[in-house]
Design a protein around this ligand. Sequence first.
Ligand code: ZN
Length: 465
Amino acid sequence: MRVTTAFSRLLRLPGVWARKVRFEPDRVVVEVALCRRRLICPECGYSTVARKDRRRQDSVWRHLDLGVWRLEVHCRRRWLWCPVHGARTEDVPFARAGSQFTRDFEGLVAWLATRTDKSTIRRMLRIDWDTVGRIIERVCDEELDGDRLEDLYDIGVDEVSWKRQHNYLTLVACHQRRQIVWGCEGKGQAAADRFFEELNQPPGERALGPSPPPAIMTAAGPGASVPIDAGVQGAWLLDGEELEPQVFARADKLRAVSMDMTGGYAKSVRTNAPQATICIDPYHVVALANQALDEVRRSYWNELRSLGDQNAAKRFKDARWSLLKKPEKLTDTQASTLSRLKSAGGEVWRAYTLKEAVRGIFQAGLDLEDVTVLIDRLLSRLSRSRLAPFIKLGKTIRKHRDGILAAIRLGINQGRTEALNNKVRLITRRAYGFHSAKAVLALVLLTCGPITLHLPHELHAHETG
Ligand SMILES: [Zn+2]
């Protein structure tokens, strides 16, 4: 067998054959040629036999390593003239447009990024972290299920911070599928409005990236003189005709939207999906209770320190996790710390029992009636607690009582939403090194979204030859 034939089979790159192989000190270079005669626009798939010119230089892609060798694919590409996009270098079937890596290499990067940490990937694949970011953005753009915004009924909107707390992503989860289905940079009402804008895009305009504001039609047809948001929806239709029902129906299908207690998302939901019930995600309530407990613990700790009791202060600082973790998850040492705190009694212990009471209302197996009784009992306990952080917590819970009960009634499952949320937080922490929000979002969607990633050998498994 000739060396070039052997390399054609080894590389398994679709649509090309190996012309030449050469070994350089630190790499193997395989020159390939495209099998097809037609030139294809990388942006739109337009194809033609007419070529403008051939590039004077080879394009280079990195492919999967060959043993310890770095492997480069070189190909002389041609120019074409696309009626829409103008002069373009032709598309190659083995790599995504604009990439310097083959699809197989990018597939491996994406798969690893969802499973392991930054330094492992960098060292194993010999690429830097921002390159990983750009690769997963491309993979995510291509692999994300285009129908992910269809048939959403119960969703959750939440934000997560990345890179030192000041950068936020807003994420939308589908409770039924337990997946993140949408995300954008930013937080609050504006971010939720962007979600609804995309959700309500007419089918023909979907999946074309960020949408322009919808044109409003009047009885006289679309007109430049009619400002956005003016005019009447459907005014151009003849009597008896109706709007295509699915065009405006995606937000109308929403039954419940769960969120935190800050209010921005609720405003957007009331405007864009007024029929949906606003629910408060139980884990946000529990998180607030943990914050209140931590405030009480910290002020007690400061008091100990100011009294000069350094030993007690240190012991107490270590008690943080004993107090904040779920009792069933404590280590033996933490459990004994907790029982010491119990016998000591006082404010901190009282704060702890209040926190546990908040957690208690969301236990599995309670029905709406049980929870209603528990939450009202809890509210009166909190108001009489004489602990400022817990009195404040009580006021917040009272204000959102209906939303909390709605979550229980509609079965927004605390365990599952919390599990997805924890996964998202873990992933965003791993993504801290990325410089672009798009890369962070891509990693979240690749890991928690409607995408199934395959390794190169799994994708090629059914091929022969
Ligand atoms: Zn084109």
